[in-house]
Write a protein that binds this ligand. Sequence first.
Ligand code: UD1
Length: 384
Amino acid sequence: MPAKKRIILVAGARPNFMKIAPLFKELNKAGHFTITLVHTGQHYDKKLSKVFFDELKIPKPDINLGVGSGSHAQQTAQVLEKFDAVLEKRGAELVIVVGDVNSTIACALAAAKRGIMVAHVEAGLRSFDWTMPEEINRVVTDSVSDFLFCTEESAIENLKKEGVPDERIHFVGNVMIDTLLANKKIAQSKSKILNELFKDQLKADKKNIPDYAVATLHRASNVDEKGQLSQLISALREVSKFLPVIFPIHPRTKNNLERLNISTQGLKVIEPLGYLDFLQLMSNARMVLTDSGGIQEETTALGIPCLTLRENTERPATIAEGTNSLVGTGKVAIIRAAAKILAKGSKAGVKLKAPARLPQFWDGKAAARIVKILCNKFSSKKAR
Ligand code: UD1
């Protein structure tokens, strides 16, 4: 029997964890691989990290690099150096990275420099906005990857335009949606978040979930500068005059609101939520206002209207085929877009654009497709 191939699966920040959960499961099931799980420690707060491992039943990482926070250069450099030491000690035939965070680019680069094959899950997405740190991470990670696993057709087009050979590009669907579909019912039965938030209303009538909006903000371009952050918070406060706005707050945003002395009065500010609570909260919302990439995809999969508070998106399928609208970061445009959703009347009619179908392969089987490709194509020879 051939020796098992050694794979290192990497995760570092909150949006990575729901992506590695189905990958770990499928890789394990295949039986051909020895898997080492590495957590870079980019996110370290229990609410941004451990809760996801617990809820999604991801095993405790074999190695935690413990890099923590820092400037982009510091964080990337620390992961690069510490992950390189892991590669030296353990060796590997393949490193799998997901998403577009600093841990993604650093681990991909460390592996490529050692001549170890790299697989990038969620490859090819482009905002074409070079001021976004994630865009730099996406482009560089793709350029050193051997397997480029794509979630949507735009990603394939982008990679082809950049000259990536066809044999490296694989259209597999969305592992984040694998996790969402696997956990939707579990969230419904296990999460107590709606009871906690709307105790009085639900005591009177268990089934009558009130209308509410969910807001999340964490992107540097939206939350680091006073003028922009004030404008966004002011727009959310305006929306909250019409329905409660639940605002689970990212530590970066919380720190900035305190530092810049910006009031969130009127908003229901809560701690960051675990995966199941947030899924349950999104699933029952009248609308979601966000600057997150992943939430644009999750709301599309759930059929919930999403207003993206950014000027661009690297996930155009969520607009063309899903429930997402790009509204920008101006106060008036945000309020108008929210009012448009509210004007649609009863809950049954709230979808801005009910998806005629989900984007292709957002069907819960993306991780299985990835592992099948790795089983078929994986060889210890360099793929390029
Ligand atoms: C990172 C990713 C971003 C992703 C986001 C999801 C990069 C460049 N950015 O942004 O793409 O959408 O994660 O959350 O990789 N902090 C804590 N506790 C933690 C982690 C961070 O309090 O566990 C605070 C620290 O003050 C830190 C700040 O949040 O300085 C920012 O953390 P960082 O990991 O640099 O970036 P995020 O904004 O979380």
